[in-house]
Design a protein around this ligand. Structure first.
Ligand code: NAD
Length: 439
């Protein structure tokens, strides 16, 4: 087992540059959660105060009203956001989320995370994110299409293969990306496949994109096990969230020899100490929509799933599930953050004290954006790769990034999250320094 890393987040406040809020004031505000980690890394890097100010602010934030006519003739107006956090290293890259819980603060945080994530894996993108406050599950396909097209038209001045490239996120998928691509193409009057990623393979999507985030989680989890001297065979794993990321991560870890002892989704969790057949559970969800009633295990609450005694915990559902309230009860040895922002800043210090090795979201789930980058490259080149080539190149980038972050964490005696932020911020800051400030 590795030596515990130094990770006290409770810095003397006067040493944090330009701080405008108490970092523990609102533990679950995603932008504050991101900023508190950013501040910590910025301080350790002794970041230039001017660059610090630039990186602490999003470049552009758009709020739009989106009128949509429902199938019954009624009109509803939805609110949509697009935030370009930073584009110094390349076009902005970030998903579109359709959800009732979307806020500008959340979109800002997610756009910043995208900036750091692309820098951690060293792909030539900046970070952005978009969202619409709506409940897509209550809308017809036609209503969803009209919402998507009008939202796309509302943010079209930002979009483009060289300026801002959306992708799917919570409650958006390949079909939604196809509408975004078509709307943009109609506006510019020619087909532009590279304006979005996560498209259907038939229209310029990449092989391997659907599995990429879960595959990336598997690759870095194995790296962590190897570093900690733990065997992969028989390693026990609990996965919260059984959607795109969670189900694929569980499937791939099982194929590598791990025993998946618990899985869960919004309907609750299933535990089986002898191991769950992930392929069988995926088939069950395809038929029944959720894991509710899955017969081959015992029911468990989502809260209890997080505190099971397992080797690896993969939170792959929502933000803020590991907080200062439950971090003390977590018994996993490794946490591999499939979701964005599953751990609050308040929980970080507690996990460190317990010696839990956390692979942070901006590294652990970067496989998705990495293969999105491959998709953008393939679209621009008009030449498509085999799935094997996609997977091989993904492995190369995820492995190298894990080792880069680990080396930095050892060098500075900080945890993996702080090291990942340090690596990302230093890469973005270097480009700002080289480019200078346009005036
Ligand atoms: P998804 O919609 O496919 O799946 C989400 C899963 O979480 C579902 O199984 C759902 O039932 C479950 N869930 C929802 N509420 C829950 C709750 N209260 N408790 C337990 N489970 C709950 O979404 P996804 O694409 O798998 O994304 C999951 C997370 O991973 C999000 O944070 C997303 O931003 C992040 N992420 C996704 C990708 C990607 O490529 N899809 C890439 C990077 C990060």
């Amino acid at each position: 087992m590795a030596t515990p890393l130094v990770t006290d987040l409770r810095l003397p406040t006067h040493r944090v540059l330009g701080r405008d809020k108490d970092r523990f004031l609102n533990e679950e505000n995603p932008f504050e959660a991101m900023m508190s980690r950013f501040d910590r890394a910025a301080e350790l890097l002794d970041l230039d105060p001017g660059i610090y100010k630039i990186l602490r602010n999003p470049e552009k934030q758009i709020i739009i009203s989106i009128p949509v006519q429902f199938d019954n003739g009624d009109v509803e107006v939805f609110t949509g956001f697009r935030v370009l956090y930073n584009t110094s290293r390349g076009p902005a890259k970030g998903g579109i989320r359709f959800d009732t819980q979307v806020t500008l603060e959340e979109v800002k945080a997610l756009a910043a995370w995208m900036t750091w994530k692309c820098a951690v894996v060293n792909i030539p993108f900046g970070g952005s994110k978009g969202g619409v406050i709506c409940d897509p599950l209550k809308m017809s396909v036609g209503e969803l299409e009209r919402l998507t097209r009008r939202y796309t038209a509302g943010i079209i001045s930002l979009l483009g293969p060289d300026s801002d490239v959306p992708a799917p996120d919570v409650n958006t998928n390949e079909r939604v990306m196809a509408w975004v691509m078509d709307t943009y193409s109609m506006h510019v009057r020619h087909t532009v496949t590279s304006v979005v990623t996560g498209k259907p393979v038939e229209m310029g999507g990449s092989l391997g994109r659907r599995e990429a985030t879960g595959r990336g989680c598997m690759i870095v989890a194995k790296e962590a096990l190897q570093y900690l001297g733990m065997p992969v065979q028989g390693t026990t794993v609990a996965v919260q969230g059984f959607g795109n990321v969670g189900s694929v991560a569980a499937q791939m870890l099982q194929r590598e020899g791990c025993t998946i002892t618990a899985i869960g989704d919004r309907s609750g969790g299933i535990v089986n100490p002898r191991g769950i057949d992930v392929d069988d559970a995926i088939r069950y969800v395809a038929e029944h929509k959720t894991l509710e009633g899955y017969p081959k295990g015992d029911a468990i609450s989502n809260e209890d799933l997080l505190t099971l005694e397992v080797d690896v915990l993969v939170p792959a559902a929502l933000e803020n599930v590991i907080t200062s309230k439950n971090a003390g009860n977590i018994r996993a040895k490794v946490i591999c953050e499939g979701a964005n922002g599953p751990t609050t800043a308040g929980a970080d210090a507690i996990l460190d004290e317990k010696g839990i090795f956390v692979i942070p979201d901006i590294l652990a789930n970067a496989g998705g954006v990495t293969v999105s980058y491959f998709e953008w490259v393939q679209d621009r080149g008009g030449y498509f790769w085999s799935e094997q080539l996609v997977n091989d190149r993904l492995r190369e980038i995820m492995t190298r990034s894990f080792r880069d972050v680990l080396n930095l964490s050892q060098q500075h005696k900080v945890n993996m999250r702080t090291a990942a932020y340090m690596l990302a911020i230093s890469r973005v800051a270097t480009v700002h320094k080289l480019r200078g400030i346009y005036a």
